[in-house]
Design a protein. Structure first.
Length: 115
């Protein structure tokens, strides 16, 4: 039952993320540029999934600059806030994510596929 609720929440989140991204996907020839600008404004960081550890609720990401954490590009491990997030991505996926510092850990609060 709990798993069903979590998975419904993740479907709703994905639908919401898609709805948010949709107007940008409609942008004409410079769609890529538009998207990068919008991602930076939203505090989203680009990355590539290198490893998913579902048991530990951790994802290893090769990430670009994380502006809100003043962090340069690197490969590192993040915790996820919602356990359903580890099921939404797999190794090799290009993603956009948002991370915050929480009690000494870096925690992903939002993650979705890069277009
Ligand atoms: Cu890092």
């Amino acid at each position: 039952m709990k798993a069903r609720i979590v998975s419904m929440i993740s479907v709703i989140s994905a639908a919401f993320a898609f709805a948010m991204a949709a107007p940008l996907a409609l942008a004409p020839s410079a769609a890529g540029t538009w998207f990068v600008v919008a991602a930076a404004e939203n505090g989203m960081t680009q990355g590539e999934v290198r490893r998913v550890d579902a048991g530990q609720g951790k994802i290893t990401i090769r990430h670009g600059e994380i502006k809100n954490l003043q962090m340069p590009p690197m490969t590192m491990v993040f915790k996820v806030r919602d356990p359903a997030m580890v099921d939404a991505v797999k190794k090799g996926d290009r993603i956009l994510f948002r991370a915050v510092q929480e009690n000494g850990d870096l925690v992903i609060t939002e993650i979705r596929p890069a277009p």
